[in-house]
Design a protein around this ligand. Sequence first.
Ligand code: FAD
Length: 422
Amino acid sequence: MSTSVVVLGGGIAGLVAARELTRHGIAVTLMEAKERLGGRVHTTREGSLPIELGAEFVHGRDPALLKTIRQAGLSLRSVPDRHQLFLAGKLQSVKLWERIDQIISRVNLRKPDQSFARFVTGQSLKELDRRLALDFVEGFDAADARHASIHALLQAQRAAERMQGDRQYRIEEGYSALVNFLAREIEAKGGKLLKGAQARHLRWKPGQVEVSVRQGRRLETHRGAAAIFTLPIGVWKAGTVAIDPPLKAKEEAVHEFAFGNVMKLIFVFRARWWPSISRFVHAPDEPLPTWWTDSRGPVLTGWVGGPRADALLASSPVKLRRLGLEILGRIFSDRASVIGKHLIAAHHRNWACDPHIRGAYSYIPVNGMDLPAMLAAPVKDTLFFAGEALVNDAQTGTVFGALESGLRAAREVLRLKHDSST
Ligand SMILES: Cc1cc2nc3c(=O)[nH]c(=O)nc-3n(C[C@H](O)[C@H](O)[C@H](O)COP(=O)(O)OP(=O)(O)OC[C@H]3O[C@@H](n4cnc5c(N)ncnc54)[C@H](O)[C@@H]3O)c2cc1C
């Protein structure tokens, strides 16, 4: 094959794929619709403090992600896995993972798949455990429990155990430092990174691709021997990029795939005013039920995922800020107006309204265990696919998954080059 590859999408999956290819001497042109790289990894700053509008945690110890962080010379700060529950006006410690794991471990893969909501209804559980489990699936997986597959949840849990998924870290310098490192590496090897370049049309035949791209007012065409497609499931579903000839089986699979929402509200205060609490506080009765601290600075972050996040997506920044302060007032028995006096800034990013993302991340619906592999399968040695949804072991919705998928797609291309030269 001629050695030129077009990569669609400049999130972690696309950047990692482009880096791997350029390291092996392949000419790469990566096109990213936004004016910045990183996609759902987006660190902004409040003074010198990194504020993560998208991905924040390094979940577990994925070898490829840890290696890339090491190569980038970045430091990891461990996040203690300590949780408290706020119920009936009181904060109390809770072993959250153990309780959730025990429930998910009851799933029997030999029985037919069903939704998590149905599964927990059929289990004999304390009411609180049922709520925590549902909140976990909706919050952590951005899923609607009425559609989320229990087979996928069990498989993801087992895979997480293998990679010490209960350990979590933050990148001290901010997640975007990893994006900047990948971009530097690609450009140093001659790769082209086009920003503000929205792919509109992908025409292909075996061994040849042609991508029409809108960059400002210009419409350009980029050609290559192969393309790696890494656009989010939400964008794929919307059909923003026309693929010609179309990939019928993949289109059907993408429409079945589920793509959830989250709302993440980040408060930066002048100084820490709250008493000592665990890293994570769960307040299941609140519209933003999960809150966490950040040891890098006086920050409290509120989070909700799944259908409860959908309900907040239309809220204005002022309304969200008021809501967040009221919830903190209830948790810490203080008045919202008093807490508000400590506030320097409130950040949130509505990923569902972003035309280039259209949601937060994907999850596997009932009977959908085959969907990631179906979407990831290359087409005629010419079209290759990556992204957070196209992962093994149902571990959708993570940076390490996006990274592993980008590496996998690049290696598929490299294998082809190797085969054609031997
Ligand atoms: C609020 C939030 C919090 C999260 N927290 C965590 C966390 O703590 N830990 C974790 O591991 N994961 C987390 N995630 C998930 C993680 O961010 C994603 O799984 C991962 O970053 C996805 O990478 P990707 O490359 O697959 O997709 P993306 O990052 O979405 O990259 C795809 C790129 O394609 C671009 N694009 C779209 N359309 C076009 C087009 N037509 N032409 C060209 N480019 C286009 C997009 O702009 C985007 O940059 C979080 C996600 C969100 C939204």
